[in-house]
Design a binder for this molecule. Structure first.
Ligand code: H79
Length: 478
């Protein structure tokens, strides 16, 4: 029995227009967190925060007054949007998400609706425009990150986090639950809503080349309480920008359900729940489109001067996650946090190069692919595009053979065989040996890894094509 919702998902199943098809094919993206928090970079008066650097305003190491005046020093003289875009292109990113406004409320574009913007810094120039232009020129689609939380607006109010089970229960059981403490607060929140709407319409108007909005900080009960209004705003934004892509973090249904509504349908265009985490199986994804946004250190999005505080992911780690994400029908997005002068730190440049070198050879296994017909095997992940199946090997078996379990044919007299297999680096053909059959009647093949490939000590890709043949034409092992 379906619950009648006014503000749940407005569609069952996936969006299938050209803009969304393109989104689905990106494979790899770049996130950039840049704002005034890059100036302290997690440190102030000789003290270092171990928390996320982009949350520095709340670190306790800086007063709010000091933080709110940092923008007067923001002058990233080394910022070169074209250089950033070129580096992203070389890494293999096909879309980029940029923080136009994080929780602190500082706007990287010259918003008409507040003075707390880039226009009032020594730098003055519109950073959002520079980035949209430079990345678009490199053929990389741009998405605008926008935080609903805005600590700079006098009308902003939280009311608590709807993700907390206690608050959600109160919200759902309270009939017409009111998160506001005073009428005045509620009125000021109306100002905040108008302000938020104005800014979003402004972004959509100013940057028509961008493809979508990536929302964050939408878990406040005050925001959730306004689900009907948010829904209308979403429609307004979509009407202004046909094809606009919005993830599941913008709005909730009227019952306070986020991402997935009370009927289990995905709200808006793709599932935004995977922050610093990946689903494990295709079942976990519920068949939704999704992206995963990932930090390079453990939990630093904005620039933090001290990266010795946590494990720093290697290109290998990030490549593994990229391929895994794509084998489960998601896009993988790697975050960068440039410093206050506009430099991308050397560690990130090195990582981008490492990922890019691998992508240069193996991109076919990542771009435009989906989950393959093969069952997951321990050596790694498989992806598929049309008839081509890509086996990306991360755990190389000790015997230098990659075992492939082919699907079972729907027809009793037919079986699948590997018609062709090649290593995509160097394009050399692979030798396929018989791998036997198990007691359930599934067939296996062993692809022999030549020494040249095996010695390289890096993940490699085997491209195979399957063919259905008459069972009699293959030796049958009992
Ligand atoms: O923009 C990045 C994060 O800043 C943002 N989303 C990504 C894309 C984000 N906002 N909130 N959260 C993530 C989760 C909240 C974490 C918190 Fe904390 C735990 C807030 C307060 C305690 C971590 C630790 C951040 C500050 C201290």
């Amino acid at each position: 029995e379906r619950i009648a919702l006014k503000h749940g998902a407005h569609r069952e199943g996936k969006r299938n227009d050209a803009a969304m098809q393109k989104w689905r094919e990106y494979g790899l993206g770049q996130f950039i967190h840049w704002g005034v928090y890059a100036i302290p970079g997690g440190q102030w008066n000789g003290k270092t925060t171990t928390y996320a650097a982009e949350w520095f305003r709340t670190s306790g190491l800086i007063t709010h007054e000091e933080y709110d005046n940092l923008y007067k020093q923001f002058n990233p003289v080394n910022f070169d949007a074209k250089e950033w875009a070129k580096q992203a292109k070389e890494m293999g990113a096909r879309y980029m998400i940029f923080t136009t406004k994080h929780h602190d409320g500082f706007c990287m574009w010259p918003s008409k609706y507040t003075d707390y913007t880039i226009a009032n810094t020594p730098y003055k120039k519109d950073i959002v425009k520079e980035l949209v232009d430079a990345y678009t020129a490199e053929g990389i689609d741009v998405y605008l990150y926008f935080s609903i939380i805005d600590w700079s607006h006098p009308g902003y109010y939280s009311g608590g986090n709807i993700n907390s089970p206690k608050i959600k229960e109160t919200f759902q059981s309270g009939g017409d639950y009111n998160p506001f403490e005073t009428e005045e607060q509620e009125e000021r929140y109306e100002d905040f809503k108008s302000f938020t709407r104005n800014q979003l319409l402004e972004l959509v108007d100013n940057y028509p080349a961008m493809k979508g909005l990536w929302f964050d900080g939408s878990w406040d009960v005050a925001w959730v309480k306004n689900a009907a209004w948010v829904d209308t705003l979403g429609m307004e934004l979509r009407a202004k920008h046909p094809g606009l892509i919005i993830g599941s973090r913008f709005r909730s249904d009227e019952l306070g359900n986020r991402h997935v509504d009370a009927n289990g349908d995905l709200i808006d265009d793709y599932d935004q729940r995977y922050e610093r985490s990946l689903p494990s199986t295709l079942e976990d994804t519920k068949g939704f489109d999704w992206d995963c946004v990932m930090t390079i250190p453990e939990n630093q999005w904005g620039y933090h001067r001290d990266w010795s505080l946590s494990y720093v992911k290697t290109p290998y780690d990030l490549i593994e996650m990229t391929v895994k994400a794509n084998s489960l029908n998601g896009n993988f997005v790697i975050n960068f946090g440039p410093d206050g002068e506009g430099n991308i730190r050397t560690e990130e440049t090195k990582i981008a190069k490492g990922v890019g070198e691998w992508m240069d050879v193996n991109r076919e296994a990542v771009y435009g692919v989906h989950n393959s017909v093969l069952e997951k095997q321990d050596w790694g992940y498989s992806t598929q595009k049309g008839e081509s199946i890509y086996l990306t090997v991360f755990n190389k078996p000790m015997n230098d053979r990659v075992r492939v379990k082919v699907p079972r044919s729907k027809t009793k007299d037919m079986i699948f065989v590997i018609e062709h297999a090649e290593f995509i680096s160097g394009k050399q053909e692979a030798i396929v040996a018989d791998g036997g059959r198990d007691k359930y009647g599934s067939y296996y093949y062993d692809i022999v890894i030549p020494r040249k490939v095996s010695n390289k000590k890096e993940p490699f890709v085997i491209k195979i094509k399957l063919k259905e043949v008459d069972r009699g034409s293959k030796a049958d092992y009992q």
